[in-house]
Design a protein around this ligand. Sequence first.
Ligand code: GSH
Length: 226
Amino acid sequence: MKLYIGNKNYSSWSMRSGVLLAAFGIPVDEVKLRFDFSEGSEWSRVISGITPTKRVPVIVEDDGFTVWDTLAITEYIADRHPEHAIWPRDVKARARARSLCAEMHAGFMRLRTVCPMNIEVFFPDVGARLWAEDEALRADVARLDAAWSDALAGSGGPFLFGAFSAADAYFAPVAVRLSRFGLPVSEAAAAYRDALLAHPAVEDWVADALREQDFIVEDEPYRKSR
Ligand SMILES: N[C@@H](CCC(=O)N[C@@H](CS)C(=O)NCC(=O)O)C(=O)O
């Protein structure tokens, strides 16, 4: 099985699937396609051959069967690996985990827009300015904090539903954004953010991202070069 991903430094959706597979020790060959949206680039050639959405992540099985979109990939991994608690085993916890993933998938638009994932850079000044000026960003972070705090209070942590699950893989890129932009959160949310960043699957992803040393202008609203 192959997992097509984008630049590890920037691709938050790739990170969700990559971290999920790594966290459960599910073997996969990662195929990285550098974000290069110019005509004739490797990205343009390869991505249109494997998914109609032209987005990563995408799973390509050895027989050519493909699965795209992080939610579908998560469900596919869970179906293929019932031996792992990809979703929490308890039916209500599982439903809540799916609600949170769906909310992440469709929401938190302001946070995603103004604080794009860029693992290798800390932007505390940008974060402080945004925090002071941007009410929609503060609302997104408040909702995130409430969602995390509620799940953690129910499970006792250290992850949202106790043991690491798909919901935690879904929020790993958010932990990176909070830390890189220095956005303030409650004590409970900060402890969870740090637990996520310290998870070996997240640490490995971050280490790979730091080795990339690339610069994709479309993903760099706050830098002119590296
Ligand atoms: N809903 C999709 C979103 C995927 C997505 O937007 N991926 C970005 C990278 S993080 C991408 O491929 N961007 C390329 C483009 O916009 O052309 C998913 O969950 O997989």
